[in-house]
Ligand binder design. Structure first.
Ligand code: PA5
Length: 428
């Protein structure tokens, strides 16, 4: 279970009476699926309803992919890749011992990145997991076409029918049509779960399992979260309490930004996933906090000055694990030329923890208050639980704000302009 605490004087003056009045009504909207976007609350109990056979099918597919290929290329953008990448990087790090690689493509229109990835995989036997709920998103579609063409040229068409795994809608979209026609193994994104809530479905589960991470444990963490974060009383529900607090920091204290912070570099993608979850869910009708991200202590050497003394616009939400995945001890050095013997015998994680306590004190005594979300460690169980915590917090906070958390009408504007410029048939 996520432990939530608040740090800084500002919390003493935060007035929760609005939440005391409206909190239960908002919680009931989520529980009874009566709020705006109600058709997209399938994530509430998806994990506990997911049949064991579906979990086993995903695991068996991942084992087949790992046994027969050198790497998996995950093609997807936004909610169709961020969650999986966040879990994989937080647990396996940037340089995993595992020989099997997971590579990301179709998350950008950068020709340079795309060309470099294609070059990187050219001599590898790769499988592809192409993920798109709509089945029509430009970035993954372009990358998929490019990669398929190269694979077909090198290995012949027969290779593709085993190497391609499609995760998409059960009925509609170009990817669905192609998967059916070409006989690709397919997984379904449920109708009632939007992209940014889909890491707990095959969207996240297949790539995570391919990275040799225990998805049964991940699902167990989500299932426990379903019970732990379901109370209608926000004061007994840490996800709702945090959701209410971030809303009040915006509404009463006029903070403009929530900065997600971790003290572990490999958690960076969790923050990217969070930015999407909150910004796409809440940034509507001229409202909402802008979510930003930082990894400390790294970013204390860049943004630290601003956070301490710049404009008072942000509060922090720190995700803190109690145990690191790996640790090191600083050695004693006879000559001590670097004057570091005062740290000899101490672990690097201990030094990092002192940096955390020191920074928390400095920033909260300055003008940046902080929410702290503590978990035991970054493992499959705790990440499943943490992600579900954030789902609940997002829904609660967005309904308090008065917006529909489950649509993203603003994203269509640039797409329409781009399609016009590119001459897409049917777009005027
Ligand atoms: O949360 C969302 O709905 C979006 O971020 C989508 O996940 C993203 O745009 C990709 O869409 P699709 O899965 O349809 O390709």
């Amino acid at each position: 279970m996520v432990q939530y605490s608040r740090h800084g004087n500002v919390f003493e003056s935060l007035d929760y009476s609005e939440i005391d009045r409206r909190g239960e009504e908002v919680a009931l909207k989520i529980q009874n699926k009566t709020g705006e976007g109600r058709d997209f609350l399938g994530w509430l109990d998806f994990a506990s309803k997911m049949p064991d056979e579906e979990v086993e099918r995903i695991i068996a597919t991942a084992e087949h992919i790992r046994a027969n290929y050198d790497a998996l290329v995950v093609i997807g953008i936004g909610g169709s890749y961020l969650g999986a990448r966040a879990v994989i990087e937080a647990i396996n790090g940037f340089f995993p011992e595992d020989k099997f690689e997971v590579i990301y493509l179709g998350n950008t229109l950068s020709s340079t990145y795309t060309a470099q990835v294609l070059n990187h995989v050219k001599d590898k036997r790769i499988a592809i997991n192409v993920i798109s709920k709509s089945g029509t998103t430009t970035e993954p579609a372009v990358a998929f076409r490019l990669l398929k063409e190269r694979l077909e040229e090198k290995y012949g068409k027969a290779y593709l029918s085993d190497a391609i795994y499609a995760t998409t809608d059960k009925n509609k979209g170009a990817l669905k049509t192609e998967a059916e026609r070409e006989g690709y193994t397919s997984f379904v994104i449920p109708d009632d779960i939007g992209g940014r809530f889909s890491v707990i479905t095959p969207v996240g589960l297949l790539p995570i399992a391919c990275a040799n991470i225990n998805i049964r444990e991940f699902i167990r963490g989500v299932r426990d979260g379903e019970k732990e974060y379901s109370s209608l009383d926000y004061r007994r529900n840490p996800a709702y309490f945090y959701g209410a607090t971030r809303y009040l920091l915006y509404a009463q204290q006029k903070f403009a930004s929530e900065m997600f912070v971790s003290y572990e570099l490999q958690n960076k993608m969790i923050e990217e996933w969070l930015k999407q979850l909150f910004d796409e869910s809440e940034g509507k009708e001229g409202k909402a906090l802008l979510c930003s991200s930082g990894v400390f202590t790294t970013d204390l050497h860049s943004m630290g000055q601003f956070i301490q003394q710049g404009s008072r616009i942000l509060f922090e939400t720190i995700i803190k694990e109690k145990q690191p995945i790996a640790d090191l001890v600083v050695p004693y050095d006879e000559e001590n030329l670097d004057n570091l013997n005062y740290l000899a015998g101490k672990t690097v994680s201990h030094i990092n923890d002192q940096a955390y306590h020191a920074t928390l004190k400095a920033h909260t005594e300055g003008h940046s208050p902080a929410n702290v979300l503590e978990i035991e460690k970054m493992d499959a169980y705790n990440l499943g639980n943490l992600f579900y915590f954030f789902f609940r917090a997002t829904a609660f906070s967005a309904y308090l704000l008065g917006v529909n958390p489950f649509n993203q009408p603003g994203v269509e504007v640039y797409k329409k302009n781009m399609f016009k410029l590119l001459g897409k048939p049917g777009v005027k």
